[in-house]
Design a protein around this ligand. Structure first.
Ligand SMILES: Cc1cc2nc3c(=O)[nH]c(=O)nc-3n(C[C@H](O)[C@H](O)[C@H](O)COP(=O)(O)O)c2cc1C
Length: 190
């Protein structure tokens, strides 16, 4: 049996949501900062979703490191009613590049819930199929979220910044060439 484990749990946030126009909750941002600081040195990876006052977190890594973190997590006063939804041995981490990915995929989650006949995010009531689908959604969102500033990949923030910069600059050259071409055509037709 592999020594790499996956643990999925649900919990309820104890803080009140702020009216921040749909942005990331400040408390959630702090949790992400802590996770990204701590998890790499323990070879832990995972993803976190926060919706309707509930957390849904998938953690993966060496069993001992996972146990140690989970012990600490249960003492954290920012959430309560911590309930393990799944714990299993896995061959390899599925969030390999993410010390802690944040999935702000509220739209996707709503669609998933609707398919399963739910109108709110209540991970305590998830059946196996919905649990599987939710973990799958967290896994699939890895690449799509990489340009989101709160979803900086584990490998390095500067690498992510470079990706963002090159992504933004991708259209600059074709746009400039198009402008030059139009200007040349206008000059030629005058
Ligand atoms: C929902 C939730 C998820 C968390 N996830 C992690 C995590 O993945 N890694 C981590 O180190 N701390 C996580 N924390 C924070 C820990 O409970 C704890 O506060 C933190 O690890 C302490 O780190 P520090 O000693 O560096 O301050 C989480 C807390 C909450 C409420």
């Amino acid at each position: 049996m592999s020594d790499i484990h996956q643990l999925v749990y649900a919990s309820r946030a104890t803080f009140q949501p702020t009216d921040n126009g749909g942005g990331v909750e400040p408390e959630v941002a702090r949790i992400l900062m802590q996770s990204r600081r701590n998890n790499p040195r323990r070879q832990l990876v995972g993803a976190l979703y926060y919706g309707d006052g509930c957390f849904f977190q998938c953690l993966e890594g060496p069993r001992d490191a996972l146990d140690e973190l989970f012990g600490r997590l249960q003492e954290d006063s920012r959430h309560r009613d911590v309930m393990v939804l799944r714990r299993q041995s896995i061959d390899a981490p599925s969030f390999a590049d993410w010390s802690m990915k944040y999935v702000p995929a509220a739209g996707d989650v709503q669609t998933l819930l609707a398919i399963h006949g739910k109108d709110r995010f209540d991970p305590y009531a998830f059946d196996d199929a919905l649990l599987e689908a939710m973990v799958g959604l967290l896994q699939r969102r890895s690449d799509a979220d990489s340009l989101n500033p709160v979803s900086v990949p584990a490998r390095s923030a500067s690498a992510a910044a470079r990706t963002t910069a090159s992504g933004g600059g991708r259209w600059l050259l074709p746009a400039m060439l198009a402008i030059v071409a139009v200007a040349a055509a206008l000059w030629w037709l005058r």
